[in-house]
Design a protein around this ligand. Structure first.
Ligand code: DX5
Ligand code: ZN
Length: 213
């Protein structure tokens, strides 16, 4: 299992320290939640802060856009050369075009699905993406409870991926902990995002990441 801690649960007064801590603690990707106050009822960080994150990180960035006007934000973050940029299918009229644009900028395209969105809706986009991000909470905030129906969704998505693009990874985001990670692994999930579990673990960040792995 690959682990992408969400810096949304970091102490933003000590952001560079907290980004370095997850990288030293053995994470695989640094998950960056970009919220615009329109698509979701929360507002987080823009390119100035994400540039500081990228300087502090020794692992690749995984940028999760929770915004309206995806194309504008892709252009804003592309110069930082993240490994992945994911956008929500619910907020994009031309997802195929946007995946091509992200790839043309040298970034791996990924598509995110809200808890209610069935995986079949992206069947004919799977050839064009390197990762699908399944939300296991409603996007907007860290520290929410895991929605268990994502397990069945991951299994259904895995079947579609085997058929259309076996190289495509499945990532799950929201409420992930040391218990549900086992079910996620059994369902075919490749990467888990975890914010509060990693940053608030009583035995520290490295222990939390090791437990998820
Ligand atoms: C929610 C974000 C998640 C969140 C995860 O909109 O996409 O990345 O911060 O935090 P936890 O693991 O605390 O649910
Ligand atoms: Zn996220």
């Amino acid at each position: 299992m690959l682990v992408a801690p969400s810096i949304l649960s970091a102490d933003f007064g000590h952001l560079a320290r907290d980004v370095a801590a997850i990288c030293e603690g053995g994470c695989d990707l640094v998950h960056v939640d970009v919220m615009d106050g329109h698509f979701v009822p929360n507002l987080t960080i823009g390119p100035v802060v994400v540039e500081a994150v990228s300087k502090a990180a020794t692992k690749p960035l995984d940028i999760h856009l929770m915004v309206q006007n995806n194309s504008f934000f892709v252009e804003l973050f592309a110069p930082l050369k993240p490994e992945y940029i994911s956008f929500h299918i619910e907020e994009e009229k031309h997802p195929h075009r946007l995946t091509q644009k992200i790839r043309s900028l040298g970034i791996r395209p990924a598509i995110t699905l809200n808890p209610h969105t069935p995986p079949e809706i992206i069947e004919f986009l799977l050839e064009d993406v390197d990762m699908v991000l399944l939300m296991s909470v409603n996007p907007g905030f860290g520290g929410q409870s895991f929605i268990p129906s994502v397990i069945e969704k991951a299994k259904r998505l895995k079947v579609l991926i085997e058929k259309r693009n076996p190289n495509c990874l499945i990532e799950v985001d929201g409420g992930v902990n040391d218990v549900n990670v086992k079910e996620l692994a059994a369902a075919g999930v490749d990467i888990v995002v975890a914010g509060s579990f990693v940053y608030k673990h009583p035995d520290g960040i490295a222990k939390a990441i090791a437990e998820l792995k």
